[in-house]
Design a protein around this ligand. Structure first.
Ligand SMILES: [Fe+2]
Length: 323
């Protein structure tokens, strides 16, 4: 097993999607609150969160492995991880090159693949936190916001990518490559049916979640973005709802990771999630196995009646049509 964070991984830098309907996907990314950035390659549409986390979108092309989504006609075609420096990139190339492709492109991005066939990229991290006025909360005996109104949001402006969730046949097996070769750490689990992992000992509760899917095969499940607070989760979700995008689940609050969430069906072959107030952990964090507890998806949820996505709740556009 490799040492914890031998490769100085920092998180998800970029998620590359290959989609059937490029225009619709770009409209969703823009409505989501990401900023369009002109790309040097006109076939690749780039959208960024505030810190530089990136989504790249291109038209699916099954004749090219780098433009073939996993599992669905639209979906993930590469997951790009950040590392702190070029030495770490080279160390990764040396490690992965032992038994699989590990090639640098002209821009210095290392491309490889995991044991399930998911294309992986690695690049020196470009994400940079941008300072902002953190929301203050008043609690009995703890006045933190004085003579100031609480923030309200007409739409979300996601700060950064949080994590990616991928449906697989056997999560317990899927995580082995990440643990043994890349030094990922298990943060929490549902036995071997769903495993939350982080790429670095300190930081986000999870950067990737492998879960046993209802259907056989490997496929993109969802991509989560951090927003500033629960008010932005709600404001962003209401904005998406008003534009006609359909809720997948939420708003609600996760039991694991503590995040407040709102998921929407997207043109990317899975859902996108707004998330706020996720757990931040250190090496002292003790992973827990939630397998003995059924339906641990949320502490509470509006709109989601069953875990199969059947919706019932006070969300206008989303209850018009069943999934
Ligand atoms: Fe999530």
């Amino acid at each position: 097993m490799v040492a914890k964070n031998r490769f100085r991984l920092t998180g998800v830098e970029c998620v590359r999607f290959a989609v059937e309907n490029l225009d619709e996907a770009c409209r969703f990314a823009s409505d989501w609150g990401l900023t369009y950035v002109v790309s040097s390659d006109p076939e690749v549409k780039i959208f960024r969160a505030v810190d530089g986390s990136e989504v790249q979108i291109l038209t699916a092309d099954p004749t090219r492995s780098d433009r073939t989504p996993i599992g669905n006609p639209s979906g993930l075609c590469e997951l790009v991880w950040g590392v702190e420096d070029r030495d770490a990139l080279q160390a990764l190339a040396d490690e992965l090159g032992k038994d699989r492709r590990a090639e640098f492109d002209a821009e210095g991005v290392l491309h490889s693949v995991d044991d399930l066939g998911i294309n992986l990229g690695f690049r020196v991290a470009q994400r940079r936190p941008v300072p902002y006025d953190v929301t203050r909360y008043n609690a009995p005996g703890h006045a933190e916001r004085i003579n100031r109104r609480a923030p309200a949001y007409k739409a979300a402006k996601p700060r950064e990518i949080s994590h990616v969730a991928i449906g697989v046949d056997d999560a317990g097996q899927a995580v082995q490559f990440y643990i043994q070769r890349l030094g990922f750490i298990v943060s929490d689990r549902y036995a071997n049916r769903g495993i939350f992992m982080r790429c670095s000992p300190t930081g986000n509760h999870h950067h990737v979640f492998f879960m046993n899917g209802k259907q056989p095969g490997t496929r993109f499940n969802h991509l989560a973005f951090k927003v500033r607070d629960i008010h932005e989760v709600i404001g962003g979700g209401q904005h998406l709802d008003s534009l006609g995008w359909k809720t997948f689940a939420g708003p609600g609050r996760h039991t694991i990771s503590s995040a407040c969430f709102w998921y929407f069906q997207s043109p990317f072959g899975g859902a996108w999630e707004y998330a706020a107030d996720e757990d931040i952990v250190t090496p002292e964090w003790e992973p827990q196995d939630f397998a003995a507890i059924a339906h641990i998806f949320s502490e509470w949820t509006f709109g989601l009646e069953k875990s199969d996505g059947t919706l019932k709740g006070p969300i206008s556009a989303s209850k018009e049509k069943t999934l």
